[in-house]
Design a protein around this ligand. Structure first.
Ligand SMILES: [Zn+2]
Length: 297
């Protein structure tokens, strides 16, 4: 038994040199370079800790760093760096600025995907360890991860076989596989934004000079798609449904209060796609947004 000699800067986990991984891989682990069971590889530039101590990050900020580091590490196959990557203080502030937390339903989908990624065959028991794996599941603490796993179980997506010393052994159920298929259908690789809006010539400038370039410039590689060959208040055709399904998110302009536009937004919302609402100033009234599917203030 070795005595803890330092704790992780971000998640406060005690780091002991008894972790064989550290001894074998980082030739001289110290407070600036170690493997945290929660955050993965932590490798700091020698100035970072000084600035860090002055910065007084909030718990939210620390969680953002821990979650980002752990997910990067997992994405790289839990690799061990051959040389130190030396996270600078600027890297930490950039991570915090760019971090987007997941909402509970996204956390559930993400957890199911994480578990499925390790699944080799149907019925396999997979061990999840909330105590140290919660940053990988986009959770701020282990209790949050246990709650997410509990929600997956109560939805019938996972079944807990047993629990041994904090390790939950779970299997994916039929419903879980159905949900994985739905997630796949959401087409997370799609670079398309579906634009739902009033097909009136007065709207052309708004599309050509505002919405379309905004989509293209906001996220590299994304493009906007608008199907405007016909009015479709009562005719939501297969092409529209198909293109919404193929999209990653929707921009929905409510100007004109067209029934078709509200329908499309509702359909996208039901699929779980983010819907971004816009409206020309002269059409903005409180009811406009109150009726918009999934809109919240
Ligand atoms: Zn940590």
């Amino acid at each position: 038994m070795s005595v803890p000699r330092l704790s992780c800067l971000f998640c406060k986990k005690d780091i002991t040199f008894s972790y064989s991984e550290i001894r074998e891989t980082l030739s001289s682990p110290d407070e600036n370079g170690y493997i945290c069971p929660r955050c993965g590889v932590v490798s700091l530039h020698h100035d970072t800790r000084v600035h860090f101590n002055q910065a007084r990050f909030s718990n939210e900020d620390l969680a953002a760093i821990s979650i980002t580091l752990r997910n990067d590490w997992e994405r790289k196959g839990r690799g061990i760096p051959t040389e130190r990557q030396n996270l600078k203080f600027n890297d930490l502030t950039r991570i915090i600025a760019q971090f987007k937390p997941l909402d509970p339903l996204e956390m559930m989908d993400n957890a199911l995907l994480n578990i499925d990624r390790r699944n080799d065959y149907v019925g396999q028991e997979l061990s999840v360890y909330a105590k140290d794996d919660y940053p990988y599941y986009f959770c701020k603490e282990s209790n949050e991860m246990r709650a997410i796993i509990g929600m997956l179980c109560s939805e019938g997506f996972l079944y807990v076989e047993n629990e041994l010393e904090g390790h939950l052994n779970v299997t994916i159920t039929t419903k879980g596989y159905q949900r994985l298929r739905e997630i796949e259908r959401l087409n997370l690789e799609s670079k398309q934004a579906f634009v739902a809006m009033w097909f009136n010539p007065s709207m052309n400038d708004a599309y050509n000079f505002a919405i379309e370039p905004a989509v293209r410039e906001a996220i590299s590689g994304f493009h906007a798609l608008k199907i405007d060959n016909k009015e479709h208040i009562d005719d939501i055709n297969d092409a529209i449904i198909g293109e919404i399904r193929r999209s990653r998110f929707m921009v929905c302009d409510l100007t004109g209060y067209r029934g078709g536009v509200y329908f499309e937004a509702g359909f996208a919302y039901g699929l779980g796609l983010p819907v971004i609402y816009t409206c020309r100033n002269d059409w903005v009234h409180s009811e406009t947004l109150l009726n918009a599917p999934g809109y919240s203030h």
